[in-house]
Design a protein around this ligand. Structure first.
Ligand code: SF4
Length: 315
């Protein structure tokens, strides 16, 4: 089953990503089976977004249109970071990216077919994803045909989660349609900590992130602020985060522990991974500072969810 693979990404980077379980699609996109898809297809639990928002992990396509492009170098990032570029020169056709991403997903799950722990129904459902997480790796707003990609996913009846580091307000402002759920990561309470933890490339990223937070209330979709918390770096500072969150007026605030996994282990220590108790304590402080309520938590993912009314609001 041929999947189009362009010449753009360096051969070494492509081979490294494929050894890590990615499938490269076109010139600059990639797919990778999520841990939680593999868990749920075989009868295990789904991811915390299934608990909080009702998506089904075994039907989730985890992909990125920017496998090799990002404008940050966050210490806590579990990916290899020798990014090819921080902007995308070539932009593949969105329809082709989706077609080939779904093909690649089917190749990746084919090994589950016939597995005694995997029912025929679960396997069949997993073969036709109805949810996409545009996250995986890189910064997706660097792909200039992102709006068309999201529109195409919607036309296929798929729900769309877009995760962005918020450094591209101009793209978000003109993004049409918007994803069903828009995630903006706020990974530091101050610019000083942001520079030390996220290693922005141009020096404008913090200002652009602030512009994105100002823009968010005007974007008519489900808005999520995610705080990825690294102990001894950006954990704490509830008052400072509350001010930033108030600017964005999000529907949801996720307080998520940094996880000591992947290539981040070359940059951080195990002790930088907060316990769930620390996440629970921080989210209670942030709830007090924002007036939001704790709506849910998942200890296995060390995450807590805040909403305006302290209740869950599934899709
Ligand atoms: S939403 Fe994210 S964590 Fe959940 S199944 Fe999809 S890729 Fe995995």
């Amino acid at each position: 089953m041929a999947v189009f693979v362009g010449p753009d990404m360096e051969k070494d980077k492509r081979e490294l990503l494929e050894r890590q379980g990615y499938r490269i699609v076109g010139e600059h996109s990639a797919v990778k089976l999520c841990h939680w898809l593999k868990s749920e297809i075989a009868g295990g639990p789904g991811c915390y977004k299934e608990t909080f928002y009702g998506i089904r992990s075994h039907r989730c396509l985890q992909m990125t249109p920017t496998a090799d492009a990002c404008n940050l170098n966050c210490l806590f990032c579990w990916r290899a970071q020798d990014w090819g570029t921080d902007s995308l020169i070539h932009a593949d056709d969105p329809g082709r990216i989706i077609e080939d991403s779904i093909k690649a997903q089917r190749v990746l799950i084919s090994g589950f077919n016939g597995n005694p722990r995997v029912s025929k129904d679960m396997f069949a459902e997993s073969s036709s994803p109805n949810q996409v997480a545009i996250s995986l790796t890189g910064e997706p707003t660097l792909y200039r045909r992102l709006g068309e990609l999201i529109e195409d996913f919607h036309e296929r009846g798929m729900t769309t989660f877009l995760v962005t580091n918020g450094t591209n307000p101009k793209m978000l402002e003109k993004l049409d349609p918007l994803p069903r759920q828009l995630y903006v990561s706020i990974v530091a309470p101050t610019e000083e900590i942001y520079r030390k933890l996220a290693f922005p490339k141009s020096g404008n990223e913090w200002r652009h992130l602030r512009e994105t937070l100002e823009l968010l209330p005007s974007l008519d979709t489900r808005r999520v602020i995610r705080h990825t918390l690294v102990d001894k770096w950006n954990l704490g500072f509830a008052e400072e985060y509350a001010k930033l969150d108030a600017t964005a007026d999000p529907d949801f605030i996720e307080c998520k522990a940094y996880m000591f996994v992947g290539r981040s282990r070359e940059r951080l220590l195990m002790e930088n991974m907060p316990s769930h108790a620390a996440i629970r304590e921080f989210s209670a402080q942030l709830a007090d500072a924002t007036g939001y309520g704790v709506a849910g938590e998942r200890e296995d993912s060390r995450v807590a969810l805040l909403t305006r009314d302290g209740a869950l609001h599934p899709l």
